[in-house]
Design a protein around this ligand. Structure first.
Ligand SMILES: Nc1nc2c(ncn2[C@@H]2O[C@H](COP(=O)(O)OP(=O)(O)OP(=O)(O)O)[C@@H](O)[C@H]2O)c(=O)[nH]1
Length: 202
């Protein structure tokens, strides 16, 4: 069985929880509690490969607290960085997150290997209020060797599933290599240290 761990980051209100819940349940609920960290766990199959997926959705208010970015980089096999296409500030914040994750990854692994990243422009249904051009975001992702897509958690269940499947496929390969170079014992310890929080099964 393969284990894959993904952290979802981005500014407040960009739709991080909506994307996760859409992927795991195919539903869009609209409003989500955002006052605590959440760890979603699901056993699933991608391309016939079974995996135990864990998705960590850190609480905005705690983001700079208990679970620092360094801890998350050490824990995660992949990152989903979300912005809202109708909110330029959220795109700038996503860019800053990408840079910080890459820096932290380099410091931690002392190598030029790249972290597994996917940049997602959410709320595509609000394109009449667009503040971030798709091309600008695509180019940024290309420069940073990140996957990229624009979609709407509210309206596009198939696209959300396809985006996660693409990330998980790439992350699966990446996580195998990474575990080969890091002790699974220390990873288990890190999870317990870092994520003393609610765990959710969907
Ligand atoms: N129009 C539109 N609204 C969306 C979409 N995705 C999420 N929303 C709305 O955006 C708001 C924030 O969604 P959340 O999923 O709670 O966002 P979040 O990033 O997890 O927010 P925090 O937990 O505060 O960091 C909610 O009102 C959602 O209904 C989308 O694709 N389109």
């Amino acid at each position: 069985m393969n284990d894959v761990k993904v952290v979802v980051l981005g500014s407040d209100n960009v739709g991080k929880s909506a994307l996760i819940v859409r992927y795991l349940t195919k539903r869009f609920i609209g409003e989500y509690a955002s006052n605590s960290d959440s760890l979603y766990r699901k056993r699933l199959s991608v391309d016939g490969r079974q995996m135990n997926l864990e998705i960590f959705d850190p609480c905005s208010q705690l983001r700079e607290g208990r679970t620092g970015l360094g801890d998350q980089v050490q824990w995660a096999d992949g990152f989903l960085i979300v912005y809202d296409i109708s909110d330029k500030a959220s795109f700038l914040a996503a860019q800053s997150l990408v840079y910080r994750i890459k820096e932290s990854h380099q410091e931690l692994y002392k190598s030029d290997a790249h972290p597994m990243l996917c940049l997602v422009g959410n709320k595509q249904d609000l394109c009449h209020a667009r503040e971030v051009e798709e091309e600008e975001a695509r180019l940024f992702a290309l420069e940073c060797r990140a996957q990229f897509c624009e979609l709407s958690a509210a309206e596009q269940s198939t696209e959300v599933s396809a985006m996660f499947a693409r990330l998980l496929r790439a992350t699966l390969e990446y996580s195998r290599d990474r575990r080969r170079h890091s002790g699974s014992k220390s990873m288990a310890k890190l999870i317990n240290n870092v994520f003393g929080k609610r765990r959710q099964s969907v």
